[in-house]
Design a protein around this ligand. Structure first.
Ligand SMILES: [Zn+2]
Length: 172
């Protein structure tokens, strides 16, 4: 009997340590509105310590190159940056997506029209997204992203959005 209880205690200790580490019972949900397609998506992409493949597939479709429909895997760490921003600010509103995955063809087109488009953009890898967050000033969105130190952060004041990516920590 004693051995039985000590086994139960051992299992509970593991469960609680994983709970404390945020692995069990934690789910991560994001809401999106795409400013170019007007599509909306609310998706739980992470639960019980794992990314959900079906959800990542939905994100792949939703965050495709809107100009030509080309799709690419989206880095789950990119979704974590958005989720961490919401956790840090307490804002559970909808992200408005301006641009996410960008195909080579689209990137070339944009580069021919604007000097602000990088040749090796993280957008080409599914590792970058341009967003604003409803109910949050874009400067505050930028400052929160900078404080998190999870990747690159760009601020576009005129067009009122913030670029975040999972590349090395840098800002512009
Ligand atoms: Zn961008």
């Amino acid at each position: 009997m004693t051995r039985y209880y000590s086994r139960i205690a051992g299992v509970l200790a593991i469960v609680f340590s994983q709970f404390a580490a945020g692995n069990i019972g934690e789910s991560r949900t994001l809401s999106f509105y795409h400013t170019h397609t007007s599509d909306q998506l609310r998706v739980t992409y992470y639960r019980n310590g794992a990314y959900i493949p079906a959800a990542m597939d939905e994100l792949k479709v939703f965050l495709a190159d809107w100009r030509n429909g080309v799709q690419h895997e989206i880095d789950p760490k990119l979704m974590d940056i958005l989720w961490q921003i919401q956790r840090a600010t307490g804002n559970r509103e909808t992200f408005e997506v301006i641009s996410a995955y960008r195909s080579e063809q689209t990137n070339r087109q944009l580069r021919s029209k604007s000097q602000g488009v990088a040749q090796y953009s993280q957008h080409l890898l599914g590792k970058a997204i341009d967003v604003r967050l409803r109910g949050l000033d874009t400067r505050e969105l930028r400052d929160t992203a900078l404080e998190l130190q999870l990747g690159g952060v760009g601020y576009y004041e005129k067009t009122d959005f913030v670029h975040v990516d999972t590349g090395r920590v840098r800002r512009w």
